[in-house]
Design a protein around this ligand. Structure first.
Ligand SMILES: *Cc1c(COP(=O)(O)O)cnc(C)c1O
Length: 654
């Protein structure tokens, strides 16, 4: 099949997305675009039926036309309807993600192109495990991976030997796990190659590592080069020899031996560590358990100014070098789950550049499950990076220089996790893993695919149509892939198109931040309030302490009571809720002593009251994703309304 490759809009399309177009993007808080969605659903459902009928029109209907009059049929229909009505009624208790009154977790309305593409694809039921079960949507998934690669600054031309590769996962959790799998495979492969006894003279252009430590620390780029040379050497051998050498190396790989046997055979190597910020999502803990390395190998590094402390990272890497402690991967988070803060990806990359030549190699992975799509703000239509001034036009303070530097450095990392089902506004079941150089994927293939010679885009596509070979899952939704691909076609991942969505949310965040400061000033007589740290993206927190209270436990009890009213409560009718918000905590060991003292002072809390019973400060957390927080049609700011509501509740509770 021949899907269009170009991501740039055709000549007759407008060069950017106007406000009018934004109005067509979602079903809308009031269901304003109901007839648009209905038209699409009916049109494509009919289209699907015609497709069935036209497969072999000479085949007569197998279900008789009179079937609908039979008692058994009618009883079944009645039963089905009853259950569906019950489901529909029960779903009315769902969380109203679509409403601008919902500013809680990382969820919002769904983009119409994605929702329609998913609904339209469902009855075809493609299974993206392989091309055999999904002749259309597997290729869409691979192309969606390339669309994301371009957004991140990775090579996205499949004709390039070092083109990136991305695939969808059930979510960010599994994408992070895939990153761990790939990093471990890349790290251990050179060790296996050495152990298999491949003669050094056979790979003359390569720095075949001299010992296990060197092999384990080549770093992803050199490891990929070694893999590439090895595959080329293998491909040139006569078949019998090729099979033999392949089997010899396979037998030494960590994936064959398992961790226990591998480290027993290479006793000079310790199992590698993963370094991640304390703010890392708990999927990293899950990932290390799943990989079998164990949670103890996850070392959490402190933050400074709410971002990974790059100095501590450097010191930790020096320590690892001294102690000959291998590092599997350093994780930076682009949009932390709790605070939306952005780690200094550029400084992580620089730290690696500094230690790699001294013998400590590892992968750099960015967990951008939340913040990945913010990268659209930083990209032009041709994929080039926008300057900080260009990105910042129209914003008050976004992007901070550190934030711009972090996004600019994405292309220098090895892999990224990004969730289309978060800031991509797509239905759940769509996370994504993207790696910078697809050649590494050969190490994850369930069957040897060294026949691949990287000759061009056709090879690339042919290889990844056997998707099930490379991914952690088996059967998976082709409809989800169609939704992601079509959405990226309708809204290309640059600042003028998709970028208009995060733009609205960052603008809303800046408005929220200003309003929060006014709130703090106006309610000074009854509560001390502050935004504990300026938002990096579109998540804003609010810390509160009733006037006169000095201890952390008292402040926490107060914020918990407030949060009770902002929380989803399945026991009470939805309509009784005014607003939805969420809650998180600030731990002194995570935030750092300096920031914690500053925040305590702003809230007039006594820092000495952080103790065993109140070891963290409970704060409100708001995710601003809804594009209608500022309703221009009716002149309503849901941000103002939220703060009015909060003021009333605070006065009542304080
Ligand atoms: C949400 C999130 C995850 C996990 O993603 P799921 O899609 O929920 O599996 C991982 N990392 C970060 C930073 C996240 O925000």
């Amino acid at each position: 099949m021949n899907l269009p490759l170009a991501v740039v809009p055709a000549a007759n399309e407008p060069s950017g997305l106007g406000h009018d177009a934004l109005d067509a993007c979602f079903l809308g808080p009031y269901g304003e675009n109901d007839s648009l969605l209905e038209k699409l659903v009916v049109e494509f459902l009919r289209d699907h039926v015609y497709w069935r009928r036209n497969f072999h029109p000479e085949d007569p209907p197998a279900i008789p036309t009179r079937a609908a009059q039979q008692p058994g049929y009618q009883a079944f229909e009645a039963h089905m309807r009853r259950e569906l009505h019950a489901l529909s009624a029960a779903l009315k208790k769902s969380v109203p993600f679509h409403s601008p009154r919902y500013i809680g977790h990382m969820a919002s309305d769904l983009l119409l192109p994605g929702l329609a593409a998913q609904l339209l694809t469902l009855p075809y039921n493609p299974n993206n495990v392989s091309e055999d079960a999904a002749p259309v949507t597997v290729e869409m998934e691979v192309r969606a991976g390339l669309q994301l690669a371009r957004m991140l600054g990775y090579p996205d031309d499949p004709a390039r030997v070092d083109c990136a590769f991305g695939h969808l996962t059930s979510g960010g959790t599994l994408a992070n796990y895939q990153a761990l799998r790939l990093a471990l495979a890349l790290k251990a492969f050179p060790v296996a190659l050495r152990a298999a006894g491949v003669p050094r003279s056979e790979l003359p252009d390569l720095p075949m590592p001299g010992d296990d430590w060197q092999a384990f620390n080549l770093g992803p780029t050199a490891s990929i080069a070694l893999l590439d040379a090895w595959q080329k050497w293998l491909a040139a051998l006569p078949p019998a020899q090729r099979r033999e050498w392949h089997a010899r190396v396979q037998a030494e790989r960590i994936e064959t031996l398992g961790l226990a046997e591998f480290f027993q055979r290479h006793a000079s190597l310790q199992p590698p560590r993963v370094l991640a910020p304390v703010t890392a999502h708990y999927s990293w803990s899950k990932g290390l358990k799943l990989l079998g390395l164990g949670r103890a190998q996850l070392e959490l590094l402190p933050e400074r100014g709410m971002r990974l402390d790059a100095d501590t990272l450097r010191a930790t890497l020096e320590r690892c070098l001294r102690e000959r402690q291998p590092v599997l991967m350093v994780v930076g988070v682009l949009g932390t789950t709790e605070y939306g803060t952005v780690d200094p990806v550029d400084r992580i990359v620089a730290a690696r550049t500094a230690v790699q030549p001294r013998g400590l190699g590892f992968s750099v992975h960015v967990d951008a499950a939340w913040g990945g799509y913010l990268a659209t703000l930083f990209r032009n239509g041709d994929g080039s990076l926008r300057s900080r001034a260009e990105v910042g036009a129209g914003f008050e303070r976004f992007p901070q220089p550190e934030v711009h530097a972090a996004f600019a450095a994405l292309g220098d990392t090895d892999s990224v996790t990004v969730d289309p089902h978060k800031l991509g506004y797509l239905p759940y079941g769509a996370g994504a893993f993207v790696c910078r150089d697809h050649r590494a994927m050969a190490l994850l293939a369930e069957e040897a695919d060294y026949v691949f010679d990287g000759a061009g885009a056709d090879d690339y596509m042919a290889r990844y149509r056997r998707l099930g070979q490379f991914i952690p899952e088996g059967s998976k939704s082709g409809a989800a892939a169609a939704a992601v691909y079509v959405t990226h076609r309708v809204l290309p991942l640059d600042h003028a198109h998709f970028g208009q969505l995060p733009r609205q949310t960052v603008l809303a965040t800046e408005a929220f931040h200003r309003r929060a400061q006014r709130f703090a000033a106006e309610l000074g007589d009854c509560v001390h309030a502050c935004v504990p740290f300026a938002p990096d993206s579109n998540l804003v927190c609010l810390a509160l302490n009733p006037a006169g209270n000095r201890d952390v436990a008292g402040a926490n009890a107060f914020v918990r009571r407030l949060h009770e009213e902002l929380r989803c409560d399945p026991q009470r009718p939805l309509q009784l809720k005014e607003f939805f918000g969420s809650m998180t905590t600030l731990r002194p060991e995570a935030v750092g002593a300096e920031d914690m003292r500053r925040i305590a002072a702003q809230l007039q809390l006594d820092p000495a009251t952080f103790d065993e019973s109140a070891d963290r400060l409970v704060i409100l957390r708001h995710t601003l994703m809804n594009p209608y927080l500022i309703d221009r049609e009716n002149g309503i700011s849901y941000i103002d309304r939220y703060f009015d509501y909060l003021a009333a509740r605070v006065r009542a509770l304080a």
